[in-house]
Design a protein around this ligand. Structure first.
Ligand SMILES: *[C@@H]1O[C@H](CO)[C@@H](O)[C@H](O)[C@H]1NC(C)=O
Ligand SMILES: *[C@@H]1O[C@H](CO)[C@@H](O)[C@H](O)[C@H]1NC(C)=O
Ligand SMILES: *[C@@H]1O[C@H](CO)[C@@H](O)[C@H](O)[C@H]1NC(C)=O
Length: 320
């Protein structure tokens, strides 16, 4: 039943990501706050020469809207813009230097949350964080924040935890937040080109599939029920401006709670509710499946793998 979230503790720790207590679900939220100096140093010393399809050579200071530099014709065979004109970000469409320079000028700050439960903490967290240090919004500073909860329902807990973390902590430091599942590993640049007001990820398994195969929730009794939609989004990551992500997580949490009261559960848990949210509130930016690829799928349109995803089984973990 829907209880109020009691017993949550929120301890800022200087370092160390160890699981502190066995037998309860642990949720670890890692905040990453940008450090402008490191970011700039990275750019001047490590950035390779780019050979991009982007032809715009204006100084970054003169560019009003960075997304006007996107080359929507750079990629044949894949969709680079939605019907509501949101860009779908693919390798070759953007100039990474330009995006990074502009965000450094603006001192853009990005928080990263990663949600790790039970054995996932041990199994995946180290790989996730080590690879994030190498590829995610490079040069950022990590502030780990550990949370514990006795909630049984993992997908419900995640949305609530992210919403709480935005409210209590992230909003002091950051403008944007990206939320990740932990069972993923960064393999290539996941940079400032991914930042946007409201960011959704195209699911690797469905982005080329006909829309009648999308696994939306089809149960009219669930709040996540959808008959039709734009795309099938993957909940393994989502992001955007803090206020938008807070709105999304609150929406999903409240609808999951309502489903629980009605004794229904959406087909793909919080992913079903996320898809419903993005159907009603169109994302302003879509990330191609490069940003979370399933390596067992062969696809010639994936030129760069930025993050890989390992499927998991929530049900196995849902024990008392
Ligand atoms: C930088 O800040 C300016 C002024 O607030 C804003 O118009 C612009 O969109 C920002 N650019 C980026 C890349 O965030
Ligand atoms: C699939 O997309 C078409 C065209 O946009 C639309 O008319 C149809 O309703 C969609 N079907 C489903 C099952 O979502
Ligand atoms: C927040 O979500 C609600 C519910 O979908 C929506 O009506 C509202 O427009 C959203 N607000 C923002 C700022 O996105």
């Amino acid at each position: 039943m829907a209880e109020t979230p009691t017993g949550l503790t929120f301890n800022r720790r200087a370092s160390g990501l160890k699981k502190t207590s066995a037998g309860i679900f642990c949720c670890l939220v890692v905040l990453v706050v940008s450090c402008t100096f490191l970011y700039s140093r990275y750019l001047t010393s490590l950035f390779p020469v780019e050979n991009l399809a982007v032809t715009n050579n204006r100084e970054p200071t003169q560019i009003m809207n960075l997304d006007d530099t996107l080359n929507f014709g750079a990629r044949k065979g894949v969709e680079t813009r939605t019907s509501w004109k949101a860009p779908i970000i693919w390798e070759g469409m953007f100039d990474p230097n330009l995006y990074d320079q502009k965000h450094i000028q603006n001192q853009t700050s990005v928080a990263l949350t990663v949600f790790a439960v039970g054995r996932y903490l041990d199994a995946y967290l180290k790989t996730f964080l080590t690879s994030a240090e190498q590829h995610f919004m490079l040069g950022l500073k990590v502030i780990p924040v550990e949370k514990h909860s006795r909630w049984q329902d993992i997908s419900m807990m995640r949305m609530k935890t992210i919403s709480d973390a935005i409210e209590s902590d992230i909003h002091h430091h950051c403008k944007y937040v990206f939320c990740f599942d932990v069972d993923q590993e960064f393999k290539g640049r996941f940079g400032s080109e991914a930042l946007g007001d409201s960011v959704a990820l195209l699911h690797a398994g469905y982005y080329k599939a006909p829309n009648n195969s999308y696994t939306y929730d089809r149960n009219p009794r669930s709040k996540a029920f959808m008959e039709t939609g734009d795309y099938y989004y993957h909940a393994a990551l989502f992001g955007g401006l803090l206020e938008n992500v807070k709105n999304l997580t609150n929406y999903c949490f409240l609808n999951i709670m309502e489903d629980k009261l009605n004794n229904v559960e959406a087909l793909w848990h919080d992913e079903s509710h996320l898809n419903k949210y993005f159907w009603i509130n169109k994302p302003s930016r879509l990330l191609s499946p490069e940003y979370c690829w399933e390596p067992s799928i062969q696809d010639k349109d994936i030129h760069v793998i930025r993050l890989i995803w390992a499927p998991k089984n929530y049900d196995r973990l849902r024990t008392g």
